[in-house]
Design a protein around this ligand. Structure first.
Ligand code: NAD
Ligand code: UDP
Length: 339
């Protein structure tokens, strides 16, 4: 079976491609390299011994997407391409609506015209907004707090409307919690362009000396140590969740799953675990709260366990160890291997 993976060169996408290739699927990657490097394709090949087909293109290029779906006989799409920085989304909303919402609309139009009606979508815990209760389950109210989360919610609703109009469609919507870690080989991992926004890549760069210190955004939340609490999930567990989700493709409908590990860790927990694993200090200062931040959230992945037979297996120690391995082997990220 040939699977088209949009955003397949990105952080999560590259791990999804490895899981797909290892499971015997053929993989066609569509990526515009807006936030990734072509070097990642060689790394995927090194890990799996198989070559994904690379189609450098934007998801908004409908003619090209139709051609790719048709020429490669794709049966399903895993849709990860998109923009994901919360703060940036507030400053450039149209950029986000265009890439995420319009991009998905055009992708769906292309799929519909070629009659490929199976899609797995990367959504986010951000669609829930302020917790009315924890852990979040899939029935929690959906009131996103930021532009990024709203783009994802609009896409989810677009998919539900399309299914209502045409019940041949199968949508599996995966709401990711906080993906972290790297492949155990140290060949692929997270290497965002510019200064990272997320906690784990910054910690890793501080431990390695690439950055001097970390700012903890607030230590006066009503949490056990005052710092923010999140549900960190190893990216390989997350990638394997997509293989489990391919099972749902047999069933038309809109299937929704939270993918997380079901436990919350504070910023100080994560710093402590990383220092322990790397045996390096992670200097930090306390700064003000980050606008729009939520004190605490984590999930209940019961639904994924029951219906997909999936659960996260790797713990925080493994996450830090794999992240550190990637950092040590790639001190400047993928760039050192470019050109
Ligand atoms: P990433 O930036 O590493 O990967 C996204 C990939 O999509 C990049 O390779 C980028 O070049 C590509 N891309 C972006 N816009 C494109 C377009 N218009 N056409 C073609 N390619 C395009 O991000 P990631 O962390 O791997 O996230 C993947 C998906 O998962 C995103 O949709 C993101 O919203 C979602 N998600 C991520 C997180 C997280 O914390 N990393 C959490 C929840 C959900
Ligand atoms: N965080 C922090 N300093 C940073 C980046 C993040 O203290 O430089 C905190 C942030 O306030 C939150 C947690 O780390 O409590 C996870 O943040 P991240 O951006 O990784 O995930 P998100 O908030 O998007 O779930």
């Amino acid at each position: 079976m040939a699977i088209l993976v949009t955003g397949g060169a990105g952080y999560i996408g590259s791990h999804v491609c490895v899981s797909l290739l290892n499971a015997g699927f053929d993989v066609i990657i569509v990526d515009n390299f807006n936030n990734s490097y072509p070097e990642v394709l060689h790394r995927i090949e090194n890990i799996t011994g198989r070559t994904p087909i690379n189609m450098p293109c934007d998801i908004r290029d409908r003619m090209m997407i139709e051609k790719i779906l048709k020429n490669h006989g794709c049966t399903s799409v895993i849709h990860l391409a998109g923009l994901k920085a919360v703060a940036e989304s507030a400053g450039c909303p149209l950029f986000y609506y265009d890439c995420n919402v319009v991009g998905t609309l055009i992708l769906l139009q292309a799929m519909q015209s070629i009659r490929v009606k199976n899609l797995i979508f990367s959504s986010t815990a951000m669609v829930y907004g302020l917790p009315e209760y924890l852990p979040y389950d899939e029935k929690h109210p959906l009131v996103p707090e930021n532009v990024y989360g709203r783009t994802k919610l609009i896409i989810e609703k677009m998919m539900a409307d399309l299914y209502t109009a045409d019940p041949e469609w199968s949508f599996t919507i995966l709401r990711y919690f906080n993906p972290v870690g790297a492949h155990e080989s140290g060949l692929i991992g997270e290497d965002p362009k510019g200064i990272p926004n997320n906690l784990m890549p910054i910690i890793s760069q501080v431990a390695s000396g690439r950055r001097k210190k970390l700012t903890i955004w607030g230590d006066n939340y009503k949490t056990k140590d005052g710092t923010g609490i999140r549900d960190y999930i190893h990216v390989v567990d997350l990638a394997n969740g997509h293989i489990a989700a391919l099972k749902m493709m047999e069933k038309p409908g809109v299937h929704l799953f939270n993918l997380g590990c079901g436990k919350g860790f504070s910023v100080l927990d994560v710093i402590g675990a990383f220092e322990h694993v790397s045996n390096r200090p992670v200097p930090y200062i306390i700064g003000p709260r980050r606008p729009g931040d939520i004190a605490e959230f984590f999930t209940n992945s019961e639904m994924a366990r029951k219906e997909l037979g999936w659960e996260a297996k790797r713990d925080l120690h493994q996450i830090c160890a794999d992240m550190w391995n990637f950092q040590v082997k790639n001190p400047q990220g993928y760039r050192q291997k470019e050109s």
